[in-house]
Design a protein around this ligand. Structure first.
Ligand SMILES: Cc1cc2nc3c(=O)[nH]c(=O)nc-3n(C[C@H](O)[C@H](O)[C@H](O)COP(=O)(O)O)c2cc1C
Length: 147
């Protein structure tokens, strides 16, 4: 079983979450690649059993510009085999908290086997770090259910 984490982050909140999820997956014996969005290519989607997406939100809950190709890749490639999860950080000061996570969630639900989502307020705190382990457990469980 192999996993990938495709993520974007400007101020470091989402990349911190990505690293915690990465370390949790590895601790559970799952080889996991961290893929910054600028290194992502569509064919990456065929190399894994599990793919998770990590994104912040901007501009009234929108998906960041650099993540749009990732969103489209899931829509156009054959990704029915994938177990997926989406996580992100946002700021509840804005009216649509973690809107990009919701947008990815809805699309992944249609095109893949969506297992789990996680939203975090700005910098991950201890309670968020704890949720990352559950996030990974749900992903691994989803693969077991599918096989
Ligand atoms: C111009 C701007 C617009 C933002 N819009 C939203 C938003 O609509 N919803 C939200 O939840 N967070 C919004 N945020 C907050 C960021 O998503 C949040 O700070 C996030 O943790 C940044 O992630 P990063 O540290 O990985 O870059 C906005 C931030 C900025 C600077």
């Amino acid at each position: 079983m192999k996993a990938a984490i495709i993520y974007t982050s400007i101020t470091g909140n989402t990349s911190l979450l990505a690293e915690v999820i990465h370390d949790n997956m590895e601790a559970k014996g799952i080889e996991t690649d961290l893929i910054p969005v600028d290194e992502f290519q569509n064919h990456d989607l065929y190399d894994y059993d599990i793919v998770t997406v990590g994104t912040y939100s901007w501009d009234n809950g929108e998906i960041p510009l650099e993540m749009e190709d990732v969103y489209e890749a899931f829509e156009t490639e054959n990704v029915k085999h994938l177990s997926t999860g989406v996580f992100g950080t946002g700021d509840s000061f804005y009216p649509y908290f973690c809107g990009a996570v919701d947008l990815f969630r809805d699309m992944l639900f249609v095109h893949t086997n969506l297992a789990v989502t996680l939203k975090v307020e700005l910098t991950p705190q201890d309670e968020d770090i704890a949720k990352c382990e559950k996030f990974c457990d749900r992903l691994i469980h989803q693969v077991a259910v599918m096989s």
